[in-house]
Design a protein around this ligand. Sequence first.
Ligand code: NAD
Length: 497
Amino acid sequence: MSEHYVPENLPSTIQHYIDGQFVDSLDGETFDVLDPVTNKPYAQGAAGKKADVDQAVQAATRAFTEGPWPRMKPRERATVLNRIADAVVAQEDRLAEMETFDTGLPITQARGQARRAAENFRFFADLIVAQHDNAFKVPGSQLNYVNRKPKGVAGLITPWNTPFMLESWKLAPALASGCTVVLKPAEFTPLSASLWAEIFEDAGLPQGVFNMVNGIGEEAGDALVKHPDVPLISFTGESNTGKLIFRNCAEHLKGMSMELGGKSPAVVFDDADLDAAIDSTLFGVFSLNGERCTAGSRILVQRSVYDEFLEKYAARAKNVVVGDPHDPKTQVGALVHPEHYEKVMSYVELGKEEGRLLAGGGRPEGLEEGNYVAPTVFADVKPDARIFQEEIFGPVVAITPFETEEEALELANNTRYGLAAYIWTNDLKRAHTFAQAVDSGMVWLNSHNVRDLRSPFGGVKASGLGHEGGYRSIDFYTDQQAVHITLGDVHTPKFGA
Ligand code: NAD
């Protein structure tokens, strides 16, 4: 293995950012941040607790009630958001190398994520300038209009799989809407989030609008969820964490948006373009190291093309380049953290009992340390197998044959999840009939996950609650107050007259 690349000038401490200042935790506690290639700590992250969250929420509340941000014209806010996007693009190299170092994601894919983060800001800048709201007239008697208002301090809790991009996915619409925010980044990967503060400051975001508290989910995240002055929580993470947060939000009747786990099916019918399906279903589960919520991690293949599919798919999977995340040739890098690596490896071992191993099955040759898992393919996986039912979140795929369309639909819907589905067929009628019957928030026909930012994003069943994307995100971060105006004389029944 070539020498491991370490970006220059990495911070040795990763602090909170509260009311325009980088600060340590009030109690001075920290946690180790590891590099997934060596698994050695390279920095100490500030371990935020309730007291730190209180300070961040106070700053965000002040910025919301007294500061200019919620009161600015959409065009003025959009100008700041566009400057943020420009800064993200200008820092793409630095950002991508930091993200790759911290997460183990391949550098070429980290670059793509950085560009997408910039796009999120540009998109919501455009959207708020074009935003229009309803007005209704009842001729001669009433006029009604919607007064849209930012909800207040938004609590944003994000996972480690594509940290910077997923943070932008929440920060951009929250800020565009005029909310102020407290971000709690994932504790495995806090590095790139520390870049936001400077980007926002340089772009002219007023002090106190953006606050960030690092730390462990059960401490910093929990305090944010339970804070009475945070009226809404946008959460992306595991379904079980989502359930817990849901319960904790109920106490304060908070607004919630939940983007949770997945076990998405990719269904390949025998009339599909098989080579295109193989390209996409490989990319769909092995890109981003398989640490992808929308991964097509269950491939269902029609029996008549099953053997051909397996042969071609396994040959390609064996050829996927696994290696140092900073090497531009790398297609699968190192999994984020040793704990996650152990979890994925335990599923690889389980898969050897539950399916027929066609490729991978453990650590790739020549990569003796670091969280590397060879792209692993199991065939003949039964629907009651745990590797068919449970989210592995690594480069591991379960392939299952089917005979008929009905059977394919039954298999596709046979999990607790319902995030994405991918359907491969050239039969137009079947494509749409199947797409509409499948239990998933999103469906791609003859494609992997390529998404227009205007379209809804989210899952059904255990994959989430509520849809964001486009104006739906603005709806989440704003209230739509209805104002009713009487025209002419008010007609009131005269009680007691
Ligand atoms: P996780 O649920 O362990 O953690 C997510 C975030 O929640 C982290 O910041 C964590 O610190 C915080 N957290 C943990 N416990 C908490 C608590 N009790 N209260 C408040 N906050 C708490 O998830 P993860 O392992 O970081 O991420 C992987 C998961 O995220 C996978 O299940 C994946 O499918 C899902 N995901 C979903 C989407 C989507 O859009 N649907 C996108 C990316 C990832």
